[in-house]
Design a protein around this ligand. Structure first.
Ligand code: GDG
Length: 486
């Protein structure tokens, strides 16, 4: 039964984290919106439609009343320390994350993690069902919440449900390992529209549906039969690509800010004015290919293929998921490699590699992008990789070279980057040398094309396209369109 939701919200975002951080510097801690792409994209829709955002506030075992900030209604959900360990660190980040990133490290399958995942997903679905007005639009985000669409559809068949998967979707041959694959697919299929980063992700998903259930799919559409056990009726779900992007104009404005431009010059000066400044910016995650990048860089210094007096690499590795074993392991490996390179190739006046295991404010990140001649993005697998797009958006000079892994979603769009296969260390070395030696004319030609691409493709356009498609499906009610194409 549809509850009386006359006073509910017409637009509801459901994501693992709320888009806020608590500023604990004052005696009376205040919330601040965290400057992320998703908030930027959704805030105008939230403000126009009295939208709500449901998520965890970041501290375990804490009850926080709903509150309003910057025109958004935030609904914090309580997660216990145990749930963070089993649902978030466990099932989300040690089962799904590695499985969906080409099993770079082995995924772990534990039934207790799965039970916690169901429990927490149900809590999110129930919160969305409580908050959404009749006929509302609910947009669920990412791999931590894949069961929410079906759970919500059972509770609230009147709402229109979108899901966006920020990470890759694996091919059936990998996905099939998951002991709970049927439940995850059914969970996602509860949505009317399931968005992916790349067309390949969407086609992997549709093939998983065909292989797992033996159902047919038509173009992007999947006819999902009723499930009396769960309480959902037959409907048509669409699975297609909506590549995410960045707030291009905000970054462009920052990159013209005189204080940030001055800071970029200062960064170069502090590094000893290298002829070529190379930059890497990643969460410290095994998917980002930081080890491969350092191996290539170390070999280039050893071979003398790049001039150690002229080139400096700055690697920012933002702390991430530090309680998970594999993340502690990758940190040790990266830091060993950093120590080796600096131990071997530094002298009193020169350090080839500056490594920072810290987070920085957005202005400082922008100054780093402005300062860098070359950006290295060498992910082994990455849904999109926003850093690649941010670097391009922060190059108003039109110079600079992006070295980009083929295994990122961004590679589908930023085709003028120097493409590399990070597993091929010789090829990666050649890509870096190509970037270091590229003449300015070629840099400008490539950068111009990539910047043009980003102007017509920002995060606002991304959310608008997704929501327009969702509403178009909704007015059509799916089944009739399926019949039309029969
Ligand atoms: C997931 C998918 C997909 C990083 N360090 C700092 C900082 N950052 C910002 C970057 C960028 C964002 O964090 C990282 O985004 P990525 O896309 O590179 O990677 P993931 O975190 O893995 O994101 C990915 C994305 O979701 C969106 O759908 O593209 O594939 O894995 O914006 O700038 N920002 C600041 N300080 C830091 O120290 N201010």
């Amino acid at each position: 039964m549809v509850p009386d939701t006359a006073s509910g919200c017409d637009f509801v975002v459901v994501a693992n984290r709320l888009p806020v951080d608590r500023d604990t510097s004052s005696p009376d801690p205040q919330w601040r919106t965290s400057p992320g792409g998703l908030v930027t994209a959704l805030q105008p829709v939230m403000q126009a439609q009295a939208g709500a955002w449901i998520g965890w506030a970041g501290t375990p075992d804490e009850d926080i009343d709903p509150f309003d900030i910057d025109g958004m209604h935030l609904v914090p959900l309580r997660l216990s320390a145990d749930e963070i360990e089993l649902y978030y660190e466990g099932f989300s980040n040690a089962t799904l994350w590695p499985l969906f990133h080409d099993v770079i490290v082995p995924p772990e399958f534990h039934r207790a993690w799965w039970d916690a995942y169901i429990r927490v997903n149900r809590r999110f679905a129930e919160a969305a069902a409580d908050v959404a007005a009749r006929g509302a639009t609910v947009w669920v985000h990412d791999y931590q919440l894949m069961l929410v669409p079906e759970m919500l559809r059972a509770l609230r068949p009147d709402v229109s449900i979108g899901f966006f998967n920020h990470i890759p979707f694996p091919p059936w041959e990998i996905f099939a390992q998951l002991p709970w694959r049927t439940r995850i697919l059914r969970g996602l299929l509860g949505a009317d529209l399931i968005g992916f980063q790349r067309p390949t992700d969407a086609s992997n998903f549709r093939r998983c549906v065909r292989m797992n259930f033996g159902w047919t799919t038509k173009a992007n559409a999947i006819r999902v039969p009723e499930d009396p056990e769960v309480g959902t009726a037959e409907h048509v779900a669409e699975a297609k690509a909506f590549p995410i992007s960045i707030d291009t104009s905000a970054l462009d404005a920052l990159s013209h800010d005189p204080a940030i431009v001055a800071r970029a010059a200062q960064i170069r000066a502090e590094l000893g004015d290298p002829e070529v400044l190379i930059l890497g910016v990643d969460r410290l995650d095994y998917t980002k290919g930081i080890r491969h990048r350092l191996k290539a860089y170390g070999e280039l210094l050893a071979d003398g293929l790049i001039d150690r007096e002229k080139v400096t690499l700055v690697q920012i590795a933002t702390p991430s998921r530090e309680r998970i074993d594999q993340y502690q392991h990758i940190r040790t490996e990266v830091e060993l490699a950093v120590g080796r390179i600096n131990g071997e190739f530094s002298d009193l006046g020169y350090q080839p590699l500056h490594y920072f295991h810290q987070s920085y404010p957005r202005d400082e990140m922008t100054a780093l992008y402005l300062a860098a001649d070359i950006m290295l993005v060498t992910s082994l697998r990455d849904g999109m990789n926003l850093v690649a797009k941010e670097y391009v958006a922060c190059r108003p000079s039109g110079t600079g070279v992006l070295v980009l892994s083929e295994f990122t979603g961004a590679a589908d769009q930023l085709t003028q980057a120097v493409m590399v296969n990070p597993h091929d260390i010789s090829g990666l070395k050649a890509g870096i040398v190509r970037a270091v030696t590229m003449d300015e004319k070629e840099q400008r030609r490539r950068m111009r094309a990539m910047r043009r691409k980003l102007q017509g493709d920002d995060v606002q356009t991304w959310s608008r396209r997704f929501l327009q498609d969702l509403h178009a499906l909704d007015s059509d009610k799916g089944i009739s369109s399926w019949e039309k194409t029969a």
